[in-house]
Ligand binder design. Structure first.
Ligand code: PLP
Length: 491
């Protein structure tokens, strides 16, 4: 399996020889594009039937081996078996079977139309990012050991990504994590989750400032290429290809668990921000999984909803980005969206490069086909099965309340955005699966508003705020940051 960049000129794409292991530890392609397989591996009906009986770990192995053809199968099987265990995904609700890894729950069934929740947030940090990040931790450790190399992961977080990365990389040989967060700006729960980790390879750095200050520090350090190379600095952001592939698995799992034959139709609604999660659904569909619709759900930050309604992609400035009660979807531009646009323009790297250059210069592009637009490919969006919708704070609060009253379970704010939009997109005879992207305990403030009581915490999280915390506080000073990293990497 070879990989191409979304911005490669066609001649370069044809002669690309990048394998899975080559792109595993990197981020963007050298030309600034994102990696995709040169062709999507196909899955037959007979394979789907056989996969219905598999455990989650075995299903993950079957799918990954189609993409990671340069990793010996026995090694890959050991990696997936170690990653997807009921001990790692133990935060399932009391009435869920943790061994299912992503258990399904039918919320409602009316005249053959089912509304189903797929729990993706039973891992160590209570958000779906663990599904991919836990695999990434094991893949990185494996790849670094093979090359006898080290990696220092450096990033900024406002909450979910940083904790998922730290829990995936803690204690891993050859890896250190330097994670910046805005001092005293995360919730007490999120802060405790990260800062209570005592592992010597985890460095929590609270920056005196806001998230953008932390993010700017990461950019400044990463732009110093000499420093970056010397200290073996890498990232684990959402454009990482291995993260996307790991997410493909649970679409197969959701479909197979919700159906008894491949003639049955299933749609997915996905609470979306950077378009990573739903991009994996698109890839599952391109591989032959019979997905009917992929519904993009956004909050008030509706960059994606706007595109899927109008064909206009218009990124927002940070001042135009709202801070909402589903904060992990507060994005102003969707970093994985380029993968879908590449497909939409017929895998034309030159077109894709021009469109995303226009995002830099003009703040967006227009594929509506109207006079003066940049193309008319928006007409193909329906063909790919995409739909969209958005949700507001009031919608979230009402949905959390309705779901608690009607179905007896408490959902988080992001999942509530998903349920609200899913309800508007139900079709007769088509099962709708909503992906549960976090557990309610992580966003308790809004739960308290909606229900007048605290969200239940999984076992072991009861007193997390009281645990001893390990972190340093620093000013947003790039030179001081470099000195701190250098002192701790010893390189
Ligand atoms: C990251 C995140 C999202 C958005 O996922 P994308 O892959 O960025 O679209 C949604 N909900 C939660 C809880 C998240 O942590």
């Amino acid at each position: 399996m070879q990989y191409v960049s979304t911005r490669a000129a066609s001649a370069a794409a044809a002669s690309s020889s990048q394998q899975f292991s080559d792109i595993l530890l990197g981020g963007l392609a050298a030309d600034g594009g994102l990696f995709l397989p040169s062709v999507y591996p196909q899955v037959s009906g007979a394979e789907l039937d056989a996969w219905r009986k598999l455990s989650y770990a075995d299903l993950a192995f079957e799918i990954l081996k189609k993409f990671a053809t340069d990793i010996p199968e026995a090694d890959l099987r050991a990696l997936t078996a170690k990653t997807y265990t009921k001990e790692v995904y133990k935060n399932a609700r009391k009435d869920e079977d943790a061994a299912q890894i992503t258990p399904l729950r039918v919320l409602e069934e009316v005249n053959g139309t089912k509304l189903v929740l797929q729990a993706l947030s039973n891992g160590p940090t209570l958000a779906f990012k663990d599904m991919a990040m836990q695999l990434l931790g094991n893949l990185f450790e494996y790849a670094l050991a093979r090359q006898n190399a080290e990696l220092n992961i450096f990033g900024a977080t406002s909450g979910d990504t940083g904790s998922a990365a730290e829990y995936a990389m803690r204690g891993k040989r050859g890896i250190r994590v330097f994670m910046l967060s805005p001092h005293k700006k995360m919730s007490a729960f999120q802060t405790a989750q990260m800062f209570s980790l005592q592992d010597p390879n985890i460095y929590n750095i609270a920056i005196e400032g806001v998230f953008d200050d932390a993010q700017d520090m990461v950019k400044a350090v990463s732009n110093d290429l000499e420093f970056k190379a010397r200290h073996k600095i890498g990232t684990v952001n959402s454009i990482n290809w291995a993260r996307v592939v790991a997410q493909v698995v649970y679409y197969f799992r959701g479909y197979l668990a919700a159906t008894t034959s491949n003639d049955q139709k299933v749609s997915f609604t996905v609470p979306s921000g950077n378009f990573g999660n739903i991009c994996a659904g698109h890839i599952a569909r391109m591989m032959g999984l019979p997905i009917d619709k992929l519904v993009v759900a956004t909050n008030e930050n509706d960059v994606l909803d706007e595109f899927f309604r109008t064909g206009v992609y218009r990124v927002r400035k940070s001042a135009e980005t709202y801070h909402t009660s589903s904060p992990s979807m507060d994005i102003s531009k969707a970093s994985n969206f380029e993968r879908f646009v590449y497909e939409l323009v017929g895998r034309d790297g030159d077109r894709t490069r021009a469109l995303f250059r226009k995002v830099e210069t003009d703040g967006g592009f227009d594929l509506s086909g109207k006079p003066g637009s940049d193309g008319d490919e928006f007409r193909l969006v329906a063909q790919y099965g995409f739909k969209s919708g958005k949700s507001s704070h009031d919608d979230r609060v009402n949905t959390i309340r309705d779901v608690a009253d009607d179905y007896g379970i408490v959902i988080d704010t992001h999942t509530a955005d998903g349920i609200k939009v899913a309800m508007e997109n139900l079709e007769p005879g088509v099962t709708m699966i909503v992906l549960e992207t976090a557990l309610a305990a992580k966003f308790n403030e809004t739960i308290l508003d909606a229900l007048g009581e605290d969200a239940e915490r999984p076992d072991g999280f009861e007193n997390i705020e009281d645990l001893p915390q390990k972190f340093v506080v620093m000013k947003p000073d790039v030179e001081a940051m470099k000195a701190y990293i250098a002192a701790n990497t010893g390189l």
